[in-house]
Design a protein around this ligand. Structure first.
Ligand code: AMP
Length: 188
């Protein structure tokens, strides 16, 4: 299955993505993780990306798209994957649509939702290097202005999920919604 998971930072995307990938046996392709791996390995791409990441800004599309292109070409992505953190802008979404061959299109976009104050609280608890209040606000602003429009772009594929509650609650909601979507009318 070719899926994407979308939602503001702090909504539990990464955790849910990992659970879903384990269940569906597809690779978890997180652009944030790919960038962090490059930063840790001090590659030229990582050095370029770091200046943007540390400020909560988006890494330029040409860098991001090239990295995703390479990752999608890996053998383990041939039968499916879960994209997490990509696409994040309309231009990235258009690029992805043009890149995926016919018959290889995305099949569902899982959208996790939660109230903004809860997101900020969760992110401050997580305490990653780039989780300062200022950087968090900047990332949430970018989500609202630049990433949320993707909900319209992918309207036919969107599976909205309430992100409140425990990790297990949310996982069950996602699994049930995807089952309903692939077999409408059939009880899970
Ligand atoms: P994340 O782990 O998804 O929160 O991503 C961490 C940081 O990596 C973001 O704040 C951006 O600087 C960068 N990043 C991740 N995904 C993308 C993307 N699709 N486009 C541009 N920058 C990205």
């Amino acid at each position: 299955m070719r899926l994407m998971i979308l939602g503001p930072q702090g909504v539990g995307k990464g955790t849910q993505a990992a659970l879903l990938c384990g269940q569906l046996k597809v690779p978890h392709i997180s652009t944030g993780d790919l960038f962090r791996n490059h930063v840790a390995a001090k590659t030229p791409l990582g050095q370029r990306a770091y200046q943007y990441m540390s400020a909560g800004e988006l890494v330029p599309d040409e860098v991001t798209n090239a990295m995703v292109d390479e990752r999608l070409a890996a053998p383990d992505a041939a039968t499916g994957y879960l994209l997490d953190g990509f696409p994040r802008t309309p231009d990235q979404a258009h690029w992805l649509t043009d890149t995926l061959r016919q018959g290889q299109e995305l099949q569902a976009v899982v959208v996790l939702e939660a109230p903004e104050q809860e997101l900020v609280d969760r992110l401050l608890l997580r305490g990653r290097d780039d989780d300062t209040p200022e950087v968090i606000r900047r990332r949430l602003d970018i989500y609202r202005s630049t990433t949320a429009p993707l909900l319209d772009y992918y309207a036919d594929l969107v599976v909205p999920i309430d992100g409140a509650g425990t990790v297990d609650d949310v996982h069950r909601r996602i699994a049930a919604a995807l089952t309903d979507r692939s077999a409408p009318g059939v009880p899970a």
